[in-house]
Design a binder for this molecule. Structure first.
Ligand SMILES: Nc1ncnc2c1ncn2[C@@H]1O[C@H](COP(=O)(O)OP(=O)(O)O)[C@@H](O)[C@H]1O
Ligand SMILES: [Mg+2]
Length: 334
């Protein structure tokens, strides 16, 4: 892989976080490529998502350590990389310094080609490599499903990672099994967050369908949202760990909402935002149910835990921090 000789970058990464939050952040002069992409030997593609391609690679300059290289394209303006993108990358690097056990570690950021005609720059984000994602992990489970103790541990790690992001004012917005990685020792780590603005640009260039199954109702209804959207998605993921099936496998936005209402009940007219294009009457009237109505594998405590995560009203969902104190996490699994 070739690394073009860009002179956009002039300051070491350690300075970025400070400058990214400064009012005088200068996008064109504060970002240095800390390693040459030529030092990585690409082995195979491990993921092609909506926003980029992920390769398994060998870090030749670091004892042939296996890494995951995520190739993304960012828009270039006349000043170079847009400030938002620089800020996001700086934040990701800064988060890496916490070495949180449930967050995938960003090891480095390198730049590749500058595509003059497309006014884009190729960036390689270098992450620690994990064995598989949660989607593959769930698919490879035996018919007896996930052992109760493993489930309790993974659900706790998921919420611990979410709590860490939220305490750093980051909303993931796209939590789903393919964005949760599982290490060879069975540890869950969150991936694919923090580059929302960079990605938005890429998303316009791709026709990959983004899954709706884990999306909170307020996002589907184009309402303002906050960190509670990640609690909703985490609830869907935990239910899927129990049943090995998506909780709300909607086929369209409207079908997704209808599937959600089969659990939460159809909202009252007063809860229905006036800006939504379809009327509330176009959905069948449904009464609220408990999560075990849809996910029969739930035990009493996990059913109660999920009922605190899957509320239609985001204000009624508990925070990740509060959920980690739930008795489900204290019980001795059967
Ligand atoms: N660090 C990693 N280790 C192992 N596999 C990874 C890693 N990062 C991503 N992947 C795999 O690549 C897929 C796409 O990566 P992701 O960062 O989610 O990109 P996208 O933005 O395209 O969804 C993931 O679903 C996962 O299967
Ligand atoms: Mg992803």
């Amino acid at each position: 892989m070739r690394c073009s000789s860009l002179s956009l970058f002039a300051a070491p990464f350690s300075n970025i976080s400070m400058m990214a939050s400064s009012k005088h952040f200068n996008a064109g002069a504060v970002f240095r490529c800390s390693t040459d992409i030529d030092g990585y030997e690409e082995l195979n593609v491990i993921g092609t998502g909506a926003y980029g391609t992920v390769y398994k690679a060998r870090d030749r300059k670091n004892a042939n350590q296996i890494v995951a290289l995520k190739k993304v394209r960012v828009a270039l303006t006349e000043d170079g990389i847009p400030m938002n993108t620089l800020r996001e990358i700086a934040l990701l690097k800064q988060l890496g310094t916490f070495q949180h056990p449930n967050i995938v570690k960003l090891l480095d950021v390198c730049h590749g080609q500058r595509l003059e005609r497309e006014k884009q720059l190729v960036l390689f984000l270098v992450f620690e490599h994990l064995e598989q994602d949660l989607s593959g992990y769930i698919d490879s489970l035996p018919s007896s499903g996930m052992p109760a103790r493993t489930l309790q541990k993974l659900a706790g790690e998921l919420l611990t990672g979410v709590d860490f992001l939220h305490s750093h004012r980051i909303i993931h917005r796209d939590l789903k099994p393919p964005n949760c990685l599982v290490s060879s020792t069975g540890q869950l780590k969150l991936a694919d967050f923090g580059l929302a603005k960079t990605y938005d640009f890429e998303m316009k260039l791709t026709s990959v369908v983004v899954t709706l199954w884990y999306r909170a109702p307020e996002i589907l209804l184009s309402q303002p949202y906050n960190s509670a959207v990640d609690i909703w998605s985490s609830g869907c993921i935990i239910a899927e760990m129990f049943s090995r099936q998506a909780l709300f496998p909607g086929q369209s936005e409207k079908d997704q909402l209808d599937k959600i209402f089969s659990l939460t009940g159809r909202p009252l007219p007063a809860q229905w935002p006036s800006t939504v294009s379809y009327s509330i009457d176009s959905f069948p009237n449904r009464s609220p149910r408990q999560p075990n109505y849809l996910c029969h594998q739930l035990c009493e405590l996990s059913n109660d835990l999920l009922s605190k995560m899957l509320a239609f009203d985001p204000r009624k969902r508990k925070s990740a921090d509060a959920l980690l104190q739930h008795p489900y996490f204290k019980q001795e699994p059967l």
